[in-house]
Write a protein that binds this ligand. Structure first.
Ligand code: HEC
Ligand SMILES: [Cu+2]
Length: 341
């Protein structure tokens, strides 16, 4: 399947990829209907009306309402169809289903680090099961990178300091190329990876061999103790610090009178920029861990804090996605499985 010489069109490994191809070809087809006559007529007229020919040069205007309306209405309808189809497709391609399996992605110069929910880590290779929605929760450790899966026709920037996401449901097993699509320094062109789509049993076997004795959340719990978080936030803490149980997804009242939903961006800020948002009723005594842990550490701590129980209230969907913006009115609501670690 892989590495064929002279491939003119990328492989197709998901249903969305086929839909996007279909869209591109219909759009190209429609544009050809507009463009080809213009080119053909330009050439014909250039020949017909060249200097010295006897072609009629009487340029009295001859209007035709029918022709005018046709070339206004038909392209309008055509463009609206393309617009509606692509808007729907864009929405689908950008809205992960609630039951998607979540994989953490950290990009850095010049490698891709992936971590599975069970704690398995891999670099520059991503194993996923076929036919199961996968959501990538992504952040960059340094500069802007962009994760590009040609076979899935999806691409998304990874930014320093901000989580972004991608999701897909691969329908064809195989090995596919993955690129960094944002120039990110000297070895940008070598920032490659392989997507390995496997039948579910093979994926399970890979997971069990990939050697992780602790899940992501358990790794976070270890960090939580090692870094001394538990010394302030734990049950036997001496310092006065908020209890983190049930924090994830809850609305937190802040000292300045405002409030914020504790999503993963908020938790990341709490750990790296603790003085940015102070919880109401507490002193700003928490030290910053910005020089102590990297983005992977933050993701593990967040997984642990999430595993400490989540309150299922109306804004659960927003929080589950990590970002509050465009899908607040999404019809999905969190399932009991989502609330589990
Ligand atoms: C010196 C004690 C101390 C340590 C150590 C500490 N924290 Fe905190 N933390 C606090 C206090 C006090 C607050 C509340 C004031 C604020 O918002 O800064 C807080 C707030 C937070 C919040 C926001 C809580 C909420 O209810 O909104 C999170 C999340 C958090 N800490 C996580 C951590 C993690 C993870 C670590 C370890 C890497 C850690 N803390 C280490 C004292 C501490
Ligand atoms: Cu890159």
């Amino acid at each position: 399947m892989n590495g064929e010489f002279l491939r003119l069109w990328p492989q197709t490994a998901s249903e969305h990829a086929s839909s996007i191809d279909w869209l591109i070809w219909s759009f190209t087809g429609m544009m050809s209907i507009f463009v080809v006559p213009v080119f053909v007529l330009s050439i014909l007229f250039a020949v017909r009306y060249r200097k010295g020919t006897k072609a009629p040069r009487d340029h009295r205007p001859r209007g035709s309402m029918k022709v005018e309306m046709t070339w206004i209405v038909l392209p309008f309808i055509g463009s609206m169809i393309i617009y509606l189809v692509s808007a729907k497709l864009y929405y689908e391609v950008r809205t992960p289903p609630a039951d998607a399996m979540e994989i953490q992605v950290v990009a850095k110069q010049w490698m891709w680090k992936f971590q599975h929910p069970g704690g398995q880590r891999e670099i520059n290779t991503l194993h996923v099961p076929v036919g199961r929605p996968v959501r990538l929760n992504m952040i960059s450790q340094d500069v802007i990178h962009s994760l590009y899966f040609p076979a899935l026709r999806i691409k998304q920037d990874l930014l320093p300091g901000r989580y972004t996401e991608l999701w897909f449901n691969a329908t064809e097993t195989g090995r596919y190329e993955v690129f960094c699509a944002e120039y990110c320094g000297t070895d940008h062109s070598k920032m490659l990876a392989t997507l390995v789509v496997q039948p579910p049993q093979e994926y399970e076997r890979w997971l069990s061999q990939a050697g992780a004795s602790e899940s992501l959340a358990e790794q976070g719990e270890v960090l939580f103790r090692q870094l001394g978080c538990s010394g302030c936030h734990g049950p036997a803490a001496v310092a006065k610090a908020p209890n983190l149980e049930g924090l994830y997804g809850r609305r937190v009242a802040l000292q300045d009178g405002g409030s914020v939903v504790a999503d993963q961006a908020y938790i990341r800020d709490s750990i790296l920029l603790p003085h940015k948002q102070i919880v109401a009723g507490y002193e700003s005594i928490m030290p910053s861990f910005a020089n102590v842990i990297d983005e992977e550490g933050v993701l593990r701590l967040t997984a642990y804090i999430r595993s400490l129980g989540k309150v299922g209230h109306a804004s659960g969907t927003i929080d589950e996605r990590g970002q509050g913006e465009p899908h607040a009115d999404s019809p999905r609501s969190p399932t009991p499985e989502e609330s589990a670690p």
